[in-house]
Design a protein around this ligand. Structure first.
Ligand SMILES: Cc1ncc(COP(=O)(O)O)c(C=O)c1O
Length: 452
């Protein structure tokens, strides 16, 4: 059966008039009066409905969502099977608090996460409600189980905004300014951002200086190995600009951790749940973390976070760590369906659609002078915009312009890093939607690249 005109209209953007429309304006005005001004809104999207990869605003404009609520709606907006599971569970039991009582969804989800976790180690799971909480759990468990205090994290990283997670975060000054003192004992090391190598190396000359710095400098000076509980790393740096390290970075980091009894914590909050075309970004590098964190895509939009650890590490006593809402039964049921859908084809679709997009995007640095670097894994794709290829000078205003232009053409994207466009559509994205996105981005890059 061919695609009907109606389907095409449903699955691709349709704009009714200038943006924002009147209803959107009214909501934005109320929001401006009452909602925390700390939220960053890149453009005036006032969402009303979502279906698959499409979002409809309050004025009936339909957008193609290449952001997925910041890498959250992994199975698409309102996947019918997820909605059904949520509705059925909400009709039976909405809350009980897994901290003090039992319900089946909790061990069921812990089993599922253990089964799909990288490596073959037995795992235990502690549940929270967000990425930041999952990171808090990881920090606490690392300290508790090693009896050590110090933690090494990476420059450019984003781990969340609660005080512990914020202490690891080293992305933008505004995120930390005015909130100190932060949790003591956290030290940051350079991240392997190969397009802008902090050590001026090229891929063939790289001697994993980023790890050497940890091993030969940090552990020998300010964070003695015997005081260091964990190294916390995003396998693909998310908010920092969708940066993919070379495999040897993880091999070396693992060696340094193992040799020094330091736990390796992978923050898979953004890169996990099939986003990279494998269940975990760690799987691309055969990285087996001692502890890893999951949130965002885990429950297709319901709030849920998980700290997944080697079972022999998670032996803390009753009362040591828990959360009233963490692992709420409705969110757990949504997660169980999400995992099933990912395993039944969406992870593979992410790999296929990611490859399809990259085949065309990889030609862009040669075609568009403002495209410096194209990188990513699966459907976690970054496009770094520069003033020109030779100088590689960052061009944040061009990036912001492309984000705006895409919105005006009915496509939702956001930035990451100082000057990178991030593409993280729902994993149900179709070939036609990918091709539409590529056409749109090419038009926007051409328009933004023109001298004003
Ligand atoms: C890698 C990573 N860790 C943690 C977080 C924090 O997650 P949340 O906003 O759910 O607290 C984020 C959010 O962007 C993230 O990308």
């Amino acid at each position: 059966m061919g695609t009907t005109l109606e389907q095409v209209r449903r699955d691709l953007p349709v704009l009714n008039g200038p943006l924002p429309g009147p209803r959107a304006r009214a909501v934005m005005e109320r929001d401006a009066r009452t909602v925390s001004p700390s939220y960053t809104r890149s453009y005036p999207l006032v969402a009303s409905k979502g279906e698959g990869a499409m979002v409809e605003d309050v004025d009936g404009n339909r957008f193609l969502d290449f952001n997925a609520g910041i890498a959250v709606v992994s199975t698409g907006h309102c996947h019918p099977e997820v909605v059904r599971a949520i509705q059925e569970q909400a009709g039976r039991l909405i809350h009980m608090s897994g901290t003090d009582f039992y319900y089946e969804a909790l061990p069921a989800l812990a089993e599922a996460l253990s089964r799909i976790a990288p490596g073959t180690e037995a795992r235990r799971v502690s549940f929270g409600n967000s990425g930041a909480e999952a990171v808090e759990g990881a920090i606490k468990l690392a300290r508790w189980s090693t009896g050590r205090e110090k933690i090494i994290a990476f420059l450019g990283s984003f781990h969340g905004r609660t005080m512990g997670a914020l202490s690891l975060t080293a992305r933008k000054a505004v995120q930390r300014a005015g909130f100190g003192p932060l949790v003591p004992g956290v030290i940051h090391a350079p991240y392997p951002y190969c397009y802008r190598c902090p050590y001026g190396q090229k891929p063939d000359t790289c001697a994993t200086e980023c790890v050497q710095h940890i091993e030969k400098t940090l552990l020998k000076t300010i964070v003695p190995a015997e005081e260091t509980a964990a190294i916390v790393v995003e396998p693909v740096q998310g908010e920092g600009g969708y940066i993919v390290p070379p495999r040897k970075f993880f091999d070396e980091l693992t060696r340094v951790c193992r040799e020094n009894g330091i736990l390796l914590v992978a923050d898979e909050v953004q890169s996990g749940m099939g986003r990279t075309g494998r269940m975990w970004a760690a799987d691309h590098f055969d990285l087996v973390p001692d502890i890893f964190t999951v949130a965002k895509g885990i429950a297709s939009g319901l709030p849920l976070g998980a700290t997944v650890a080697r079972a022999d590490l998670m032996t803390w006593p009753p009362g040591a760590h828990a959360s009233t809402f963490g692992g709420n039964p409705v969110a757990c049921e949504a997660a169980l369906v999400t995992i099933r859908l990912l395993e039944q084809g969406l992870v593979d679709n992410a790999a296929r659609m990611g490859a399809r997009m990259r085949a065309r995007m990889d030609t862009w640095p040669a075609r568009f002078p403002i495209v410096g670097d194209v990188r990513g894994l699966g459907l976690m794709i970054g496009l770094e915009l520069v003033r020109d290829r030779e100088s590689r000078e960052k061009a944040p205003e061009l990036r912001d312009r492309v984000v705006q232009l895409a919105f005006e053409r009915g496509m939702l994207i956001l930035g990451a890093g100082d000057n990178t466009l991030r593409l993280c559509p729902p994993l149900i994205i179709t070939r036609d939607q990918c091709d539409f996105a590529l056409d749109t981005l090419e038009a926007c890059l051409t328009q933004a690249g023109r001298p004003a």
